[in-house]
Structure formats: structure tokens, C-alpha cells
Write a protein that binds this ligand. Structure first.
Ligand code: ADP
Length: 271
């Protein structure tokens, strides 16, 4: 997009001189478009749970005697669940905004992989049991530690393993493992779940993107998890990629440089 401005300058000669200024507005328009899309997404995501909360609350309000009733208890659990989803969504939006504004400071220290994997598995275990999904960890015995921000990296793994359980099937498996080559530690999160279609593989990392909106709505997913994961991995100087086969499962692969780039992060010196 270009905006043109024509200015006529009175010259000493007879003929006026015209100057044409051209302004390239492409980036400004792109930014506006992204902002518009973001606000449209946010409004939509906020409106759905708020409509449910309001609707059920109004029913209860109109019928004071209903509170003793079992149906009212169901209505109340819808209200509580939707309020929890809203809180989670707003928390994730704040995290993502912080990450995108570059305000993220990582505290990079040696991270014990065995202990980290155990923490993550313990965190997701109740959900996995409920979904009848097995959680496995496989750590190369030669790798004891990787260099990451423990709190951020735990949240990356929790997000990926949580998805791997959520988009799985009863009797399915999720495996987290770590390997290494000369330059990188490589972390895999594999599942035997529903898989991701080819056309959605790149988009899965976009904020608010969900492959199947109706299915995920039940799980309460905000569509922000993978966007956050990608930002945190990149802030470590790493990359994340995805291989997937529809109906067979997905593998998320994180490549982390063994020597983190000093440009982006504050290294905590051991002294
Ligand atoms: P959500 O909160 O919806 O889970 P994410 O950003 O974590 O959002 O993931 C985006 C979308 O990618 C999900 O809605 C889902 O459709 C798809 N997805 C993520 N992980 C997996 C997986 N392990 N298996 C299948 N689909 C997945």
C-alpha cells in the first residue's frame, strides 16, 4: 500500500514545481490487520465462556428454589468450569504478550533431565489416568543435564505432554525422550493420538489456532499453548518442529543448542 502526497511549490520561474512524496504503508497496514485479527479472536474467545456463565447464572437467579436441585449443581459446575477456562485464557494471553514484547528474561542453569521429566509426568499423571493413556520417559543415560530456564522449560514440556494426552485415544501412549548430537540436545514428545493434518502442521503454532474447534472446546484448550511453547524454545535459541500422521500420532522435536546464545539471554554465571 502506498500513499501519495503532491505538493506544489511556487518557483521563481513561471512554471510551478510539483513534488510527489510516496509513503510505503504496507507494514503499517499489516500491523493493523494483525491487531484487528487478534482483537477479533480475543473477543470471540472471551464471549463464548462469558455467555455460558451468564446464561446459567440467570437461570439460577430466576428460580431461587432451584439451588437445592441436582440440575442447579450441574449449572453451577458449568459456571465454575467456564470461569476456570477464562482465567486460564487470560493468564496465557498475558504470558504470550510478555513473550512477544521481548520482556522474557531466562535464567539459564543446568537442568536435571531425569528429575524434570519425573516432575512433568507427575503433574500430568492424574489426567493421563483419567484418559487411560500411558506416560513413558526415556533419558539417554549419558545426558544428565541440559542448559535451560527450569520453570519455562517445565511449562514447555507440560504443555506438549498435556496436548499429547488430550489429543490421544484410550489405551494410547505418550513418550518423552532426550538424545544428543555434537551441538544439540534433542527432546522428543511422541504420542499415539489423533495426529494433525498436513495443512495444519505449521498453523498449529499460531495463536488461537485449533485443528478441530468443537472437539477442543470440550477440553477447554485456548489455542495459545503451542504459540507459547514456540516462543520459549526460540528464546533459548532452539527450534521446534512437528511430524505427524493422521490417526497414528504426532512427534514434536525440540532442538536445543548445547551452548545457549548469549545474545538473547541472561546467563547466570556459577560464581
Ligand atoms: P489447545 O489449547 O487448543 O490445545 P495448542 O496451541 O496447544 O492449543 O494446540 C493447537 C492445536 O494443535 C490444538 O487445538 C490441536 O488441534 C492441535 N494439537 C496440538 N497438539 C496436538 C497433538 N499432540 N496431537 C494432535 N493435535 C494436536
Amino acid at each position: 500500500r502506498v500513499r501519495a502526497k503532491i505538493v506544489a511549490i511556487q518557483s521563481e520561474q513561471q512554471n510551478p514545481v510539483f513534488m510527489i512524496f510516496l509513503f510505503d504503508l504496507t507494514d503499517i497496514h499489516k500491523g493493523e490487520e494483525i491487531r484487528r485479527e487478534f482483537f477479533a479472536n480475543v473477543s470471540h474467545e472471551l464471549k463464548t465462556p462469558i455467555a455460558a456463565i451468564r446464561g446459567y447464572a440467570e437461570i439460577i437467579q430466576d428460580m431461587p428454589d432451584i439451588l437445592k436441585n441436582e440440575i442447579a449443581q450441574n449449572f453451577l459446575s458449568v459456571i465454575v468450569r467456564n470461569s476456570e477456562n477464562l482465567t486460564k485464557l487470560i493468564d496465557e494471553m498475558l504470558i504470550l504478550t510478555g513473550l512477544e514484547s521481548g520482556a522474557l528474561t531466562l535464567v539459564i542453569k543446568p537442568y536435571n533431565v531425569n528429575a524434570g521429566f519425573t516432575r512433568v509426568i507427575e503433574n500430568i499423571m492424574p489426567k493421563a489416568k483419567q484418559a487411560d493413556v500411558d506416560l513413558l520417559a526415556d533419558v539417554d543415560p549419558e545426558i544428565e543435564e541440559i542448559m535451560v530456564d527450569a520453570q519455562r522449560f517445565d511449562s514447555v514440556l507440560v504443555n506438549l505432554v498435556d496436548n499429547a494426552v488430550k489429543y490421544n485415544r484410550p489405551g494410547g501412549v505418550v513418550k518423552i525422550s532426550v538424545r544428543q548430537n555434537e551441538t544439540h540436545h534433542i527432546i522428543f514428545v511422541e504420542d499415539s493420538g489423533i495426529g494433525i493434518p498436513d495443512n495444519a502442521r505449521i498453523r498449529a503454532f499460531e495463536r488461537f489456532y485449533r485443528v478441530d474447534k468443537s472437539h477442543n472446546r470440550l477440553g477447554g484448550g485456548s489455542g495459545l499453548g503451542l504459540a507459547i511453547v514456540k516462543h520459549v524454545v526460540q528464546a533459548h535459541g532452539g527450534t521446534i518442529s512437528l511430524r505427524s500422521e493422521l490417526g497414528a500420532g504426532s512427534v514434536f522435536t525440540i532442538m536445543l543448542p548445547k551452548t545457549p546464545s548469549k545474545k538473547k539471554i541472561d546467563l547466570l554465571t556459577p560464581f
